[in-house]
Design a protein around this ligand. Structure first.
Ligand code: PLP
Length: 392
């Protein structure tokens, strides 16, 4: 049988990080031990109190049974209480929140429930691939809105042509922003809400990095509006739980209803003992402070070394990424390749691999590489020593 891909699958290139993984393997085969800042997967162990809660959950829930699609009432209540403490926003566990199997699945699948063929989905560029991929699989049309350094990497709604805005169904926002580290303030969110209301567009706000910040805690778009807004959050980064696959959506009850209906038709609930672990995670802030402090140390060590090597200061305000401007006259792939030299062996992701050029705009990731601050503190120090020796 010939394994013929669908047109949709064929239209999509390989996932950028497959290429990063390939580079790491190549170095390893040559006997070199690379320090991998390529993929944003926290390497720190999941905190003990969370692991223990998962184990207790397995024992407590002896019979298996399919998990609830929308999340246990305990989980939804824990989310609601956490959001109340963290953002001072009221979320009704009954109708304004649903669990997810992590944000990736939720982001991708949401399009199936709200996008009709030909609808435009406004996506930040650079941006998390499932925004555009989900739109394409739902036969929508992604429209990439560039995030520009001169605008503080905040989306400029003035760059969206009138006819595009009129055909748009969903607007993706992602602050704290991956990969630029930018944080949105209230006036930006007000502008976004006003723009979306004018054109009757759903705002999907991916706030997966809301807890990884280095200054004042960032606000949520829910501090400005719940109406017409669905927020996606996850414990992957906050609590180093990427493997557990647990997150949630919350916001406008009508959008939560659509999300739940879509989810029930596509995937399943997160294992109930994982939801138990998530309840424990949401009840504790100490481990989150610890992670923030560690990311801050790694950020400072790496950014100091990059400055020493002669690069522009790109110290981020949030997230676990450094979106580093590459030296004048070099492409991002050339710079990332220079860091892969045997004497440095530092793996990064070239910016152009995680964003795309469009008819309207050259690739906004060109000129940048992304460092994910996931190696250990010691490995970050070793990488920084090697980088500080370079001269650009
Ligand atoms: C911007 C952004 N959103 C969402 C996610 C997804 O997180 P998860 O699916 O693990 O919840 C990631 C993961 O890297 C991300 O970078």
């Amino acid at each position: 049988m010939s394994g013929r891909a669908s047109k949709r699958l064929e239209a999509i290139g390989s996932y950028a990080f497959e290429e990063v993984d390939r580079k790491v393997e190549e170095l390893k085969l040559r006997g070199i031990d690379p320090i991998d800042f390529g993929v944003g997967d926290p390497t720190a162990p999941t905190p003990q109190l969370i692991r223990e809660a998962a184990v207790r959950g397995v024992e407590m829930r002896k019979s298996s049974g399919y998990p609830s699609y929308i999340g246990t009432l305990e989980f939804r209540t824990a989310v609601s209480e956490w959001v109340g403490r963290r953002f001072s926003v009221g979320i009704d566990p009954a109708g304004e929140v649903s669990s997810t199997i992590g944000s990736k699945e939720a982001v991708f699948n949401f399009h199936e429930g709200v996008v009709d063929p030909g609808d435009i989905v406004l996506c930040p560029s650079p941006g998390y691939p499932p925004y555009t991929r989900g739109a394409m699989f739902a036969e929508g049309v992604p429209f990439q809105v560039p995030l520009r350094p001169e605008k503080g990497f905040l989306m400029d709604f003035g760059e969206i042509p009138e006819d595009v805005a009129r055909r748009a169904k969903v607007l993706w926002l992602n602050y704290p922003n991956s990969p630029t580290g930018a944080v949105a303030d209230e006036s930006f969110y007000r502008e976004a809400v006003e723009f979306a209301r004018r054109y009757d567009i759903i705002i999907a706000s991916d706030e997966a990095y809301s807890e990884i910040y280095f200054g004042e805690p960032p606000i949520s778009i829910l501090n400005v509006s719940k109406q017409g807004v669905l927020v996606f959050n996850s414990l992957s980064k906050r609590s180093a739980m990427t493997c557990y696959r647990i997150g949630w959506v919350m916001g406008d009850p009508e959008l939560v209803r659509l999300f739940r209906k879509t989810k029930t038709n596509i995937d399943s609930g997160t294992a109930t003992f994982i939801q138990d672990a998530a309840v424990a995670a949401l009840g504790d802030e100490t481990h989150v402070q610890g992670f923030r402090e560690e990311y801050r140390q790694k950020r400072d060590i790496l950014c100091a070394a990059l400055a020493k090597a002669g690069l522009e200061d790109c110290t981020p305000a949030s997230t676990l990424y450094v979106w580093q401007r590459v030296p004048e006259g070099m492409s991002c792939v050339e710079f990332a390749t220079a860091l892969l030299e045997d004497s440095v062996a530092v793996v990064t992701t070239p910016g152009s691999w995680i964003s795309e050029s469009t008819a309207e705009c050259r690739n906004p990731g060109e000129g940048y590489v992304r460092f994910a601050l996931v190696p250990t503190l010691d490995d970050t120090r070793r990488a920084a020593q090697r980088i500080a020796e370079l001269r650009f």
